[in-house]
Write a protein that binds this ligand. Structure first.
Ligand code: HEM
Length: 596
């Protein structure tokens, strides 16, 4: 078996050392030319070149904890501190026993990439036991290669960049409908003012707020920033997947029309199902109606019924009269319905869609990061406030201003629609999106299981052990470094703190080109043959949201950028970004958005 070699982590210049040494290959073993010894700090070191068998290599350092439970309780109790403390002690590769299995923890990005590149050969996908029951045994995440590659091709066609470009109008309309409802509900929740509402408008405001709150599923607008972002993510994901609903005639006025309210209510119902599904992944997996796992199984059944009927409708449209297709915006379900059974059977399509919805669970928290780290200055949020006063967003005001400036230029060049060409011209929004994905990663780890003995850093990962791949690159502790999109701007883009630290100074961040390959950005979407199918959709959603927010809304949270994130049981701001308010900008301040 041939395995690609990597060099020492922390020494980017020395990455990629060519083919593996033939003498190091042993039947049933795989090796990676290793970097520095475990525990050796960040200084790097030479590649190990011993010709001994992998089976003779020592295990990584670390502790296996108590019988049966190992160190699982410490992981649950300490959250990200669990990994930080041991990584300090042992270096970026160590062993433990969590979630019922001996596990090697891999923290250095080149090592993570080496493990992910070994998928199907040295490693196989591994998910906690409840996953097969919830996402489905035929979902992309669980299919073995080569079938996984064949089915993935169908999903890549449906969610690739060109396809996503065609879904954008529906995605933007769904986002505007949801945000408008959120803003209307905020006004009813004691937010006051906003949009120039005077005493005369108070009764109308209260009625609109009540209707908006009902459409949002009763979520209290000022205290539910995370669930509302989950709802927003559900609305945009389903707009891309299913296309505009009959209740969402293009051109209806969102936030006010019945169509928009129906769209938001449908998104809220689906968000509840998605949230019930995600809730089932936390053990124990007891299928009783009152347990989270039981509720998740019930949600899965409902979702499968919804997607099966959408697939059948899409097939009927394909086989039916031309007028069934005419005027209908394209959606991912149409592309999936076009896949021949040999490329993806019905079970694979439906479980794959559930896997996509499960992937989309990361979208809500990532959208929330935009709201947390980018905040308009006070005089924008509260017309009449003294210009120049901060809003608790700290450096976020600077990025709000940069995004506003970019949107003015985008509107001048492309008009007010937020389409594919407009997204292309948004380097600042792109940098903001990448930074939101980098900081406090919402998918903190990817698991694999070794199917052969494997060498990493001169240590042995035994066959059958789990491997925990840290996706966060240099991010170890949540929310502890600065939110600095400048690190992604290669054109000088203001040269923020990160660029300066990395020696980028005024010439922009030297790490920017590394986003596509190995770099400090981590692997938020994974890497290799199982990399995320939803990356183009996610990037488009985040950029469109950044554009929409600065064009049409003002917002503020009490804690601003300072609120820390926690990782257990799921990545989120510790207090849910409480005291959050979102408003429509008054007419004079708003920039136009076409097609909504
Ligand atoms: C911020 C949002 C997201 C993050 C951070 C994320 C992250 C990831 C990661 C790390 C993987 C690799 C898992 C592995 O290697 O085992 C993955 C796979 C996957 N993601 Fe995403 N994802 C996101 C959004 C989405 C969306 C919106 C979709 C649907 C359109 C999606 C669909 C999938 C699917 C189907 C896979 C499995 C691919 C395969 O096994 O071949 N994800 N995602």
């Amino acid at each position: 078996m041939r395995v690609q070699g990597v060099n020492a982590p922390g020494a980017r210049q020395r990455r990629g050392t060519g083919p593996p040494h033939p003498q190091r290959q042993r039947r049933g073993h795989a090796r990676v030319a290793a970097g520095r010894e475990p525990g050796g700090g960040d200084g790097g070191g030479g590649a190990a070149s011993s010709s001994s068998s992998v089976a003779d290599l020592p295990l990584p350092e670390g502790e296996m904890g108590l019988p049966f439970v190992g160190e699982t309780l410490a992981l649950l109790r300490d959250g990200d501190s669990f990994g930080i403390e041991r990584t300090r002690r042992y270096g970026p590769l160590w062993k433990t026993h969590i979630l019922g299995a001996p596990t090697v923890m891999v923290y250095a990005e080149p090592d993570v990439r080496a493990v992910l590149a070994g998928d199907g050969a040295a490693f196989e996908s591994w998910w906690p036991p409840a996953t097969a029951a919830l996402v489905g045994a035929a979902s992309l995440n669980l299919l073995a290669q080569p079938r996984q590659g064949q089915v993935k091709a169908a999903f890549t066609r449906a969610f690739g960049e060109p396809a996503v470009a065609a879904y954008l109008p529906a995605v933007v309309r769904a986002a505007v409908a949801t945000l408008d409802a959120w803003a209307a509900a905020t006004r009813g929740g004691g937010g006051g003012g906003g949009e120039g509402a005077g005493p005369d408008g108070a009764a109308a405001d209260a009625a609109a707020a009540e209707a908006a709150a009902a459409a949002l599923g009763g979520l209290p607008a000022a205290r539910a920033a995370l669930p509302l972002c989950d709802l927003l993510a559900s609305a945009t994901f389903h707009a891309a997947l299913l296309g505009p609903s009959p209740a969402d005639p293009a051109g209806a006025a969102p936030g006010e029309g019945a169509g928009a309210a129906a769209l938001v209510a449908a998104a809220a119902a689906r968000a509840r199902l998605a949230s019930a599904l995600a809730g089932g992944f936390v053990p124990p997996a007891l299928e009783l109606p009152f347990t989270p796992f039981g509720a998740a199984r019930a949600a899965r059944r409902e979702l499968l019924a919804l997607y099966a009927s959408a697939l059948a409708d899409a097939r009927a449209r394909r086989g039916g009269a031309a007028e069934a297709q005419a005027g209908r915006a394209p959606a991912a379900i149409d592309a999936l319905a076009a896949a021949p059974p040999a490329a993806a059977g019905d079970e694979e399509l439906l479980d794959g869609i559930v896997a996509c919805l499960f992937g989309n669970a990361g979208a809500g928290p990532t959208m929330l990061k935009l709201l947390q780290y980018i905040q308009p200055p006070d005089h924008i949020f509260r017309p009449g406030a003294e210009a120049g006063a901060g809003s608790g967003g700290g450096g976020g005001c600077r990025w709000w201003a940069a995004l506003r400036e970019e949107q003015r230029a985008v509107i001048a060049a492309h008009g007010p629609a937020i389409g594919a060409a407009a997204l292309e011209g948004m380097p600042v929004a792109e940098a903001v999106a990448r930074e939101a994905l980098r900081i406090s990663p919402v998918v903190p780890a990817i698991f694999r299981r070794a199917v052969v003995d494997f060498e990493l850093r001169g240590r042995r990962i035994p066959k059958g052990w789990l491997v925990y791949c840290h996706t966060g690159g240099g991010v170890l502790r949540y929310n502890q470094d600065s939110f600095d999109p400048a690190r992604w701007l290669g054109d000088g883009g203001g040269g923020g703190d990160a660029a300066a630290e990395e020696g980028g100074g005024g010439s922009g961040c030297p790490l920017a080109p590394l986003w596509q390959g190995e770099g400090v950005g981590g692997t938020p979407f994974g890497a290799g043959s199982r990399a995320c199918v939803g990356r183009p959709l996610m990037m488009a959603q985040l950029k469109a949201l950044a554009a929409l927010l600065v064009r049409r809304y003002a917002w503020r949270s009490a804690a601003g950028a300072a609120e820390p994130w926690v990782v257990v049981p799921a990545p989120r701001p510790a207090a849910g970004l409480g005291g959050f308010e979102l408003r429509r900008l008054p007419e004079g301040e708003a920039l136009p958005v076409a097609g909504v």
